[in-house]
Design a protein around this ligand. Structure first.
Ligand code: HEC
Ligand code: HEC
Length: 240
């Protein structure tokens, strides 16, 4: 499935942007530890409610765009220097935040003593390599694909069902379409099996078992069951 590949690639990209690390410090982790009390670090932010500060994505785009330099190769180094300075000695006059927003957020409290210059170097390097237009476009592409899916399929993807099941093909477990077509299978039966697991029901599985998904909530299990049943078709199948 193309999307899975894309998702995996994107997660890799988002998960381990380990390009440059100052003194082996992990800028991604440090950003999450030191800055998320106030800043949203999602790419893109999923909500703008309860905002205490501008989202980090907006900040990175802002600084990169507004920093003054005649030499474009100096843009990122200067942006990094700005972050290192601003976090320790913030002020209304230095901020690139527009007046209106600045008034509603208030000037950022200095983080002096809470984060070292080395840590800030790693955080800033990560900020300007992660919050880029390219990564935003890719994240949005994945999100659009997810949004376009039926909810049941999205849940199957997110809960790893697709590592054992495909829609049309037996892999570890039976094809979802075969499950949908199997005689005697109803929504209740599928819900019961997703919740409690199943074994020896399908000869094609050769003894492999369906694990119990106790942690899924009832609404999601029902959506998964309904989606699987919706895959019924008149195609000829090996298992009835
Ligand atoms: C206690 C809340 C708080 C924490 C913690 C915090 N910030 Fe902020 N930050 C703000 C607020 C509010 C603003 C917006 C007002 C301003 O520009 O000062 C801001 C603004 C900024 C700006 C300037 C944006 C601009 O457009 O000029 C940078 C850079 C920044 N934060 C980086 C960080 C980093 C990096 C961390 C983690 C090390 C961090 N902040 C932690 C509240 C916080
Ligand atoms: C580790 C592999 C594995 C994973 C992960 C897995 N399944 Fe299964 N699944 C199986 C196998 C194997 C069977 C066939 C078991 C049998 O023969 O009774 C099965 C059977 C089923 C059945 C048929 C049950 C019946 O009563 O006919 C459903 C429905 C099902 N899986 C849904 C799911 C859903 C939804 C997920 C994700 C939440 C999932 N599976 C994740 C391996 C897996």
């Amino acid at each position: 499935m193309k999307l899975l590949y894309l998702l995996a690639a994107t997660l890799l990209l988002v998960g381990c942007s380990s390009e440059k690390k100052a003194n082996n410090l992990d800028g991604e982790k440090l950003l999450a530890q030191k800055c998320t009390k106030c800043h949203n670090i999602d790419l893109p932010p999923k909500t703008f409610e309860d905002e205490k500060a501008p989202p980090m994505m907006a900040i990175a785009f802002h600084i990169r765009g507004f920093i003054k330099t005649g030499d474009d190769s100096q843009r990122i180094p200067k942006a990094i220097a700005f972050v290192k300075d601003y976090v320790i000695t913030p002020s209304a006059s230095k901020s690139f935040c527009d007046k209106e927003s600045l008034k509603s957020y208030g000037v950022m409290p200095s983080q002096k003593g809470k984060v070292s210059q080395d840590e800030l170097q790693a955080i800033a390097e990560y900020m300007f390599s992660h919050f880029t237009q390219k990564n935003l476009n890719e994240a949005q592409l994945v999100q659009n694909r997810l949004n376009a899916m039926p909810k049941g399929e999205r849940l199957a993807l997110q809960n790893n069902c697709l590592s054992c099941h495909k829609i049309d093909k037996h892999i570890v477990g039976p094809a979802f379409r075969d499950i949908a077509m199997k005689k005697g299978n109803s929504l209740e039966v599928l819900i019961h099996s997703i919740k409690n697991g199943s074994k020896k029901k399908y000869s094609s599985s050769k003894g492999a078992i369906m694990p119990a998904f106790k942690k899924l909530n009832d609404a999601d299990i029902k959506t998964l069951g309904e989606w699987i049943l919706s895959l019924q078709s008149k195609k000829s199948l090996h298992e009835r």
